[in-house]
Each structure stands twice: as structure tokens, then as C-alpha cells.
Design a protein around this ligand. Structure first.
Ligand code: URA
Length: 443
């Protein structure tokens, strides 16, 4: 097979066959298909698209590129949760321990920050000692012992996705819904989960801005996973502003630990955690429907048991117990910068993508995969998009410890927070839900 012919075939908008896709994916994983040809193919796919059938073939070939974990020794329906990525999106840290308290095993394989978005692994690593590079045996043992494990993709788990994702990230070809579905589901199916709740982010802070595209992605996730006996509920949720009061790894961990301890915190962050958590409780067989799942979620969150569970999981993964009880003492930024409103009116917009790139400049994310992360770097919002403000009000505080590109970061933050005369349109958080019975619009 000449790869150049396959690229030309896709360029003309023709479909690839099962054999051709298998050849491309396994060849690329082995290193026989070079990055430049795969990049050209990805760009052709970006403009021409792939059919549902081709998307499934990508998914199946990607799963076959590595090994599959078998979690059947762990009793109960294993339920994972995954987000397509956002800014300030930290719900996994709240939901996973609450679900573990309810008795639903949560095998969570997470990622790192990508582009302008944050990643669960980077957040967890801002807790001193927290170790995420678990072997398959460690992952299974901790999951069995505590009811949850937070792992990183190992070299054997969908190696095709590791390589392909890295290439998509640097060739502006992430935003292809069928490839997003194949990427996410390949990892979830290979990790051995029985069910999945997906948070499909819609808006400027995510990878998909268009609701129709997000709905298509949600439907694909539900249909394709069902073929592998993984039941999925996908929620479409708003990502037109940062989620919660903090963005950046350490500050987000602090926000989550406070919520787990007290049950109190940012209303939208808690509402989203509750909605996703209720879906997981239902899939895990712990509640009959979503409303009773939400009630159970709140009971556990209010009890503070989620905090104790998070501590137990974190300690099993090497975290320093003192750090969990006194997080504000172990994650102290060296530098701070405050942003004030220069006129009165409303905080009209907080542009999430700009905030996300500012965080990368500040050191909370990476320009390149080899970069180290400043875990204290972040921004804490005193006002949220839509709040009334008076001239001189404190809007937010940026914090960091290791100088990187803070001048660029501070000017991006400044630009991202727009004070104006008008309150921006307040979009509802939950936009749609898609499950095996179809798609339901929630607005
Ligand atoms: N997250 C993934 O794991 N893969 C994608 O393609 C997009 C988001």
C-alpha cells in the first residue's frame, strides 16, 4: 500500500477501508508510517471528514494497538467519567471519591493539560507525593482497596492514541468529532470500565464550539461504546466561561478539597458535579433515576465522607497525609498579582480560552510535553462572569512561584476579563443529555 495514495483518496473525500485503516494505525504505532504522512492524512480528514463506519474502524484499530485491562476481579459495575476538556474543569476530583463512598468502583485513567485546557493528572500531582504512573497491578489493587484509582495511560494502553493525540495536538487537528470519540473510547474500553459518563464541553473554552457538533459527538460516544458493552451517558455542558472559582492545578485542588470537606462552594461547579455524579450512580446501579442519584450525591457530599475517601485514595497513591489536611500550607505561591475593575458595570465576559493560554504562559500548563509545571500557578476569581462590579473591585488574583512568561500571562488575563455596561447572556450549564434512548435537549 502506498500511503500517499491513501492520503489522496481521503483528499478526494473517499472512504478508507477496514484494511487501509488497520494498516495506517498499526503502521503508525510501530513507526512505519511517518508523522508527516499521518499529519497530511489528519488534515485531509479535518476537511473531508470520516463516515460513522470509518470512525468505528479507527476506534477498533486503536483498541487493537495495545492491551486491554481486565477488571472483572473487582465486583460491581465499574463506572468512569471523562471530559472533553475545559478551563477550571475539576469535577473528577469531586465526583470520583463521592462515587467510591457510594460503592461504585471508579477506574479513572486521566490525561494531562492539553492546549489551553487543564488535565486531572497535573492537578493530582500538585499534591505532594501523589503518584499517578501506576502499573496495571497497582491500579487494580488501589481500585479494589479504596474504590477508586487515578491512573495515567501506560505505554501499553492504546499506544496508537498516545502518538496520534500528540500529533493532532500540534497540527490543529484535535477538533474532529469522530477522532475525539475514537480517542476517548479506545482508552475507556481498553481500561476495562463497564460504563461511562461523558462531559462534552461546548463553547469557547473547549475543543468544540458548535452545539450540533457536540451533539453528534455525544451520539457517537453513546452508540460506539454500546457495541463494546459499555453503557454511556453523555452530557453536553456549557464551557463559555471558566468553571468554578479557581483555575490552575494547585488552586483547583484547594477548591475541590474545600468542597469535599464542607459540601459548600461554587454553585455551578457543584451543580455539574452533581449531574454527572448522578449519571454515574444510576449506571452503577446505586439509584433508580437521575433525581434520586442527585439526592444521594448531595447526601454524601454534605457528609464530608468524600473528603475522607479522597484522602484514603491519595494516601494509597503516595500522597503526604499532612498535605491533604493542610493544603494551603503546602502550596504557597511566591508571587501574586491582583486585577481590579477599572469601571463600574458588569463583569461582562471571562474568556475561558484566553484564561487557559494565560495559565500556560504562567507555568500552570506546558508549551511542550517536556516542560515542567508550576503547581502553585493559577488564578482565583473573586467575581464571576455576569456579576455586577464597581470601579476598584477586586476581580481576580493570579499567583505563581516560578518565573516563566508572567508578563504575557498577566496581559492575557487582563484582556480575558471584560468589564462592560451589559451583563452577558447567561447560558444554562446543562445543554443536553444523550443516552441509549436518545438525545434530550435540556434548554
Ligand atoms: N480527549 C481525548 O482523550 N482525546 C481527544 O481526542 C479529545 C479529548
Amino acid at each position: 500500500v502506498l500511503i500517499v495514495e491513501l492520503i489522496a483518496q481521503k483528499q478526494r473525500g473517499e472512504s478508507l477501508t477496514a484494511e487501509q485503516i488497520e494498516y495506517l494505525i498499526q503502521g503508525f504505532t510501530r513507526g512505519d508510517v511517518p508523522d508527516y504522512q499521518m499529519s497530511a492524512l489528519l488534515m485531509a480528514i479535518y476537511f473531508r471528514g470520516v463516515t460513522d463506519q470509518e470512525g468505528r474502524l479507527f476506534l477498533n484499530s486503536m483498541i487493537r494497538s495495545g492491551k486491554r485491562l481486565n477488571l472483572s476481579a473487582i465486583p460491581g459495575t465499574k463506572v468512569d467519567k471523562h471530559s472533553t476538556g475545559g478551563v477550571g474543569d475539576k469535577t473528577s476530583l469531586i465526583i470520583a471519591p463521592v462515587l467510591a463512598v457510594a460503592g461504585v468502583p471508579v477506574p479513572m485513567i486521566s490525561g494531562r493539560g492539553l492546549g489551553h485546557t487543564g488535565g486531572t493528572l497535573d492537578k493530582l500531582e500538585s499534591i505532594p507525593g501523589f503518584y499517578v504512573h501506576l502499573s496495571d497491578e497497582e491500579f487494580e489493587r488501589i481500585l479494589k482497596q479504596t474504590g477508586c484509582a487515578f491512573g495515567a495511560q501506560t505505554t501499553e494502553l492504546v499506544p496508537a492514541d498516545r502518538k496520534l493525540y500528540a500529533l493532532r495536538d500540534v497540527t490543529a487537528t484535535v477538533s474532529i468529532p469522530p477522532l475525539i470519540a475514537a480517542s476517548i473510547l479506545s482508552k475507556k474500553i481498553a481500561e476495562g470500565t463497564n460504563a461511562l459518563v461523558m462531559d462534552v464541553k461546548v463553547g469557547e473554552g473547549g475543543f468544540l464550539r458548535d452545539q450540533n457538533e457536540a451533539e453528534e459527538l455525544a451520539k457517537m460516544l453513546v452508540r460506539w461504546s454500546a457495541e463494546e458493552n459499555v453503557e454511556t451517558i453523555a452530557f453536553g455542558t456549557n464551557m463559555d466561561k471558566p468553571l468554578g472559582k479557581a483555575a490552575g492545578n494547585g488552586p483547583e485542588v484547594k477548591e475541590c478539597l474545600d468542597i469535599l470537606k464542607t459540601g459548600q462552594g461554587d454553585a455551578q461547579l457543584i451543580a455539574l458535579s452533581r449531574a454527572l455524579g448522578a449519571g454515574m450512580l444510576m449506571l452503577g446501579g446505586k439509584s433508580q433515576d437521575l433525581p434520586s442519584g442527585e439526592k444521594l450525591f448531595d447526601e454524601i457530599l454534605d457528609s464530608g465522607a468524600g473528603f475522607e475517601k479522597f484522602k484514603e485514595i491519595a494516601i494509597a497513591q503516595g500522597a503526604n497525609p499532612f498535605a491533604l489536611d493542610h493544603y494551603e500550607q503546602v502550596s504557597v505561591p511566591k508571587f501574586k498579582h491582583e486585577f481590579f475593575a477599572n469601571s463600574s458595570g458588569y463583569l461582562t465576559r471571562v474568556h475561558p480560552q484566553e484564561i487557559g493560554w494565560a495559565l500556560v504562559d504562567l507555568g500552570a500548563g506546558r508549551y511542550q510535553s517536556v516542560d515542567t509545571v508550576d503547581h502553585t500557578a493559577g488564578i482565583i476569581f473573586e467575581k464571576q462572569q455576569g456579576d455586577p462590579v464597581k470601579a476598584g473591585d477586586l476581580l481576580a488574583t493570579a499567583c505563581w512561584s516560578t518565573p516563566r512568561n508572567e508578563k504575557a500571562a498577566l496581559s492575557r488575563f487582563e484582556k480575558a476579563m471584560v468589564v462592560g455596561e451589559h451583563k452577558a447572556e447567561d447560558k444554562p450549564l446543562l445543554m443536553f443529555r444523550c443516552d441509549k434512548s436518545g438525545l434530550t435537549k435540556l434548554i
